[in-house]
Design a protein around this ligand. Structure first.
Ligand SMILES: [Zn+2]
Length: 335
């Protein structure tokens, strides 16, 4: 599959110095993950169906396997359905989302710095005939607020009540507590020129099912925008070295998948899409340094860190240019 690949995205250099210490967040993540029931071992990779996969590492009782068939990493003993739903209702998850996302003090920053470039990239590399946009798992509405500002008619779907209400109140966006499933396909069919799923596919036990439903909604020429954790990356390598020092990408059972580009190509092709463009970027250097900081507290507030901080974007760019970023955004077209 031939398509445009963009690499690198500037990072706020103040960040490294500010919040390198993540000992507290690791302790909370551990308590959360350890308390969740582990399910039966999967025989095949849910992304591609291959039976050839092997264990990479165990994090708090959850095993991540690497698939030889598609190059993705997945949780091989995901929780049973009810245990997974309970995890998303937990105080750990809902409180973290309030601090990270539904937060007036950082929302404008997230819209401008995090979401505007992604939405612009998606618009630049797609050509749907309708200016209508459906964001599945829209969270607090950052992406849709940008899309709305570009003159699109928008709708968000978000199961989390707190986030859905925040999106409506803050951005005046219509948000429904609805899912895309075979029961709701007919309700949304043919209406949305662009469908986006930012940080959604890694959370669902069966990414092929949701892609199949989305594909059934869309028509030839429509655009599908997907952002997921990318594998392999320097972030995941750093976590494989120190499995218990959890970072933002291998966080079981919230992130059931980390996808390779090859696996996204295969899944999208099977569901009737071709990729127009991909963008690799991430925070691998930051993750690597914060992991090191756990073993060497003296690193925090050190002169070395002050010296590295302004170079963070350039250091990450080296990683991005070697396709080892921890995030990927793809823009695909229904064919
Ligand atoms: Zn696979």
């Amino acid at each position: 599959m031939e398509y445009h690949v963009k690499r690198g995205k500037p990072i706020d250099s103040g960040r490294l110095k500010k919040d390198l210490n993540k000992a507290g967040s690791i302790a909370a993540a551990r308590a959360f993950s350890e308390g969740i029931e582990k399910g039966a071992k999967l025989s095949t990779c849910p992304a591609c169906g291959s039976g050839a996969h092997r264990k990479l590492l165990t994090i708090y009782g959850f095993d991540y396997h690497e698939c030889d068939g598609c190059g993705s990493a997945f949780v091989c003993n995901p929780p049973p359905e009810e245990a997974l739903s309970a995890a998303y209702r937990s105080a750990y998850y809902t409180e973290a989302n309030k601090v990270l996302y539904a937060n007036d003090s950082i929302i404008d920053y997230r819209v401008a710095q995090v979401f505007t470039p992604k939405v612009e990239f998606a618009i630049q590399h797609s050509r749907p005939s309708k200016k209508t946009w459906l964001d599945i798992g829209c969270g607090v509405g950052e992406a849709l607020s940008v899309v709305k500002g570009r003159g699109y008619e928008v709708l968000g779907l978000e199961p989390n009540v707190m986030e859905a209400e925040y999106a409506s109140k803050r951005f005046g966006i219509e948000v429904r507590q609805d899912y895309i499933s075979k029961d709701t396909v007919s309700k949304y069919r043919g209406q949305y020129g662009t469908i986006s799923m930012f940080s959604v596919l890694e959370h669902v036990p069966d990414p092929n099912q949701i892609l199949s439903d989305v594909s059934a909604i869309q028509e030839k020429g429509d655009a599908l925008v997907i952002e997921v954790p990318h594998f392999p990356s320097i972030s995941t390598m750093s976590q494989m070295t120190f499995p218990d020092m959890i970072n933002r990408m291998m966080h079981p059972p919230l992130h059931l998948f980390l996808f390779s580009l090859r696996s996204l190509e295969g899944m999208l092709e099977r569901h009737g899409y071709k990729i127009n463009a991909a963008w690799l970027f991430g925070q691998d250097f930051y993750e690597m340094m914060s992991t090191l900081g756990l073993f060497a507290p003296a690193l925090n507030q050190s002169k070395l860190l002050s010296a590295l901080s302004p170079m963070m974007s350039e250091l990450q760019a080296v990683i991005d240019n070697h396709d080892l970023s921890d995030e990927v955004l793809v823009v695909a077209e229904r064919i």
